[in-house]
Design a binder for this molecule. Structure first.
Ligand code: NAI
Ligand code: MG
Length: 504
């Protein structure tokens, strides 16, 4: 077991000793697969640590652990109030370790440390806290039928849940998935993304400390094609909850069909942001910038298509250039001036630069950016840094206007009429987020109703709150996470018919 323990110091001085095994039945164990994953610091292109990675045999073991835990009295008979308190304790433990979590996620993912600490961590903590409160507030109904009969419903867990999460918000994506699943009494096998396997190991340690019985939450690092695919195919898994690319989601849906698994999918987007001529332009520019350039543009809901009314286009562009120039400071995770860190992996970095080439070849105008960003510190010369990039003279048919880039790249398109703007905004296979900038209250609500998206922001972008449902329409997903709606994804209703009489 010694070889499982990692002893590292983060670049900002956090020392931690961490087992790197698979977390099954509340113990860190070596992977039977013999596979490992080496995590890379995207700012330096240097390895951080190597962790165990699950194969099919390990997946089978973890799923069985979750299945046993589901029926075990320590979980099944735990009162919902006690279950909620255990969750609240976990939230408290994450809070007590928030600097460590932020350091690891910044290092592993590339996001600025201050962003991880002040945005990702509060999101993860409040999500678990929020759902801890729901644990004893989800129950069924009593339904009157005839004078002699009635029925009632029980709200029960779905069972063993496979949760597959991405790398863009490692800890908060785990919290979004764990919170509602635990509140509803399910058991879990969670697979983090192979690009960011580290912070979840610290979380596993805290899960044990919080008092969760063995097998309730199992965590398997591993690749999508091995651990992910084996989880989705496993016959004892009752549900798959996934966040990631639309292509992988389609694959998961097909595999899940073999055993008719319940699924929740949160996938890609090409979310529009509409700026009407009556908008507060300063606000529109500020949010348009935040909506695509924050988190290195690696946001499923990124407002990556900005439609600007022709009357205000010149002014919008001038102000947007100014904001990008002064705000989007590119640097490493540890510099407190950094707004934009490196892209998460070399593959994502190359993908972003490829899209820049595609845009240029399609005839769009590179308004700003479009190159590798060179940062001052020599140790970061091999980092995956990209300049914040803006394209103009873009048409709706161009690939850069239709496909998800998942980087700090935005297309700005002019429009003239409200109907036209809505029609073009909706002309997408995706439907995740959408933003509307206007001072006309009627227009704001009218457009919000007409736009094909799971979330609409009026005079804002990217608001996300554990109390509010989140999800997509069209090819952006199936089902909702967060809020009360998030409980629907992790519970099922059983109807019990009661005969109080002797007649038919
Ligand atoms: P991905 O969808 O392949 O990976 C997401 C998760 O799915 C990871 O945990 C991965 O291991 C797992 N996975 C991959 N193949 C699987 C399979 N066959 N069965 C089960 N699980 C599997 O996304 P990737 O490759 O990391 O990024 C590619 C693109 O996906 C990005 O450029 C971006 O466009 C999109 N993406 C969207 C995200 C979102 O928040 N909606 C997050 C991450 C990526
Ligand atoms: Mg990494």
């Amino acid at each position: 077991m010694e070889s499982l323990v990692l002893d590292i110091v983060t670049p900002n001085g956090h020392h931690y000793k961490q087992p790197t095994g698979l977390f099954i039945n509340n113990e860190f164990v070596a992977a039977a697969s013999g596979q490992t994953i080496t995590s890379i610091d995207p700012a330096t292109d240097k390895p951080i640590a190597t962790v165990h990675a699950a194969g099919a045999e390990d997946v089978d073991r973890a799923v069985h652990a979750a299945k046993v835990a589901l029926g075990h009295a320590s979980w099944k008979k735990l009162s919902p109030t006690d279950r909620g308190q255990m969750m609240a304790k976990l939230a408290q433990l994450i809070d007590q370790n928030k600097e460590l979590f932020a350091s690891i996620d910044a290092w592993d993912n590339g996001k600025p440390y201050h962003v991880a600490l002040n945005e990702d961590l509060p999101e993860a903590i409040t999500t678990i806290q929020y759902y801890s409160g729901w644990a004893d507030k989800t129950f069924g109904q009593t339904i009157s039928t005839t004078p002699d009969k009635f029925a009632y419903t029980l709200r029960q867990p779905i069972g063993v849940i496979a949760q597959i999460i991405p790398w863009n918000y490692p800890l908060s994506m785990a919290a979004w998935k764990l919170g509602p699943a635990l509140a509803c009494g399910n058991t879990i096998v969670l697979k983090p993304a192979e690009q960011t396997p580290l912070s979840i190991l610290v979380l596993a340690t805290l899960i044990k400390t919080a008092g969760f019985p063995p097998g309730v939450i199992n965590i398997l690092n591993g690749t999508g094609k091995d651990a992910g695919a084996a989880l989705v195919a496993h016959p004892l898994v009752d549900k798959v909850a996934f966040t990631g690319s639309t292509a992988t989601a389609k694959h998961i849906m097909k595999t899940a069909a073999d055993t008719l698994k319940n699924i929740t999918l949160e996938t890609g987007g090409k979310s529009p942001l509409l700026v009407f001529p009556d908008a507060d332009l300063e606000q529109a520019v500020k949010w348009a910038h935040f909506g695509i350039m924050s988190n290195q543009g690696q946001i499923c809901t990124a407002t990556s298509r900005v439609f600007v009314h022709r009357a205000v286009m010149d002014e919008f562009l001038a102000r947007f250039r100014e904001t990008v120039t002064t705000t989007s400071i590119v640097g490493d995770q540890w510099d407190e001036n950094t707004f934009q860190g490196p892209q998460v992996t070399r593959a994502q970095y190359e993908r972003v630069l490829q899209y820049v080439d595609i845009g240029k070849r399609e005839g769009a105008t590179l308004f700003m950016g479009g190159e590798k960003a060179v940062v001052a510190d020599p140790k970061n010369r091999s980092g995956y840094f990209v300049q914040p990039t803006v394209f103009t003279d873009v048409t709706d048919e161009m690939r850069i206007a239709r496909e998800e880039v998942f980087g700090p790249v935005v297309v700005v398109l002019p429009f003239e009429e409200e109907d036209e703007a809505v029609r073009r905004a909706n002309d997408s296979t995706y439907g995740l987020g959408a933003a509307v900038f206007t001072r006309d209250i009627q227009r704001g609500h009218r457009v919000a109703a007409e736009i094909e998206a799971g979330m609409v922001w009026i005079n804002s972008s990217q608001d996300c709150d554990p109390r509010v449902p989140f999800g997509g329409v069209k090819q952006s997903g199936i089902g909702r996470e967060l809020g009360q709606a998030g409980l629907e994804a992790y519970s099922q209703v059983k109807a019990v018919h009661v005969n109080m009489g002797t007649k038919l």
